[in-house]
Write a protein that binds this ligand. Structure first.
Ligand code: ZN
Length: 137
């Protein structure tokens, strides 16, 4: 039994390739076989062409902060010790946007357009979360 107190994702048939990839340090997203558009969040059907054919593709994990905020109030007990904590919306270079946390960066440094790259946080034996850190390359 884990003593991790924050909410954990429900891993199912639809998203397991993403979570397995994260455990291996790879950011995996769905890609439509018919029109090549990426699907995120994960869906059974492409919102562009309505195809249900899908493949999983490793993306770069690089992108830019599209939006961000700082939470001061803990909506879940597990976040209490970390507040205030940031939540960022990262636009990957592939065009999809992912909500996550930016780690290792002071609040005063966070800005829209900041270059970031995915990093991986193994929070339990079964779940590795995708987070982001500053990309200085
Ligand atoms: Zn499609």
């Amino acid at each position: 039994m884990s003593d991790y107190l924050k909410p954990l994702p429900k891993i199912d048939e639809l998203n397991q390739a993403h979570w397995r990839g994260a455990q291996q340090g790879r950011l995996m997203v769905q890609q439509c076989i018919q029109c090549n558009s990426y699907r995120y969040p994960f869906k059974k059907m492409c919102t562009d062409c309505h195809s249900t054919e899908v493949d999983w593709k490793q993306v770069s994990g690089k992108g830019s902060i599209w939006s961000w905020c700082v939470f001061h109030r803990p909506y879940f007990k597990g976040f209490e010790a970390e507040r205030p904590y940031n939540v960022v919306l990262v636009e990957l270079d592939e065009g999809i946007r992912i909500y996550s946390n930016l780690v290792g960066v002071k609040k005063s440094e966070i800005h829209i357009g900041m270059r970031v790259k995915a990093c991986f946080d193994a929070v339990t034996s079964a779940v590795t979360l995708v987070k982001f850190e500053k990309d200085s390359t």
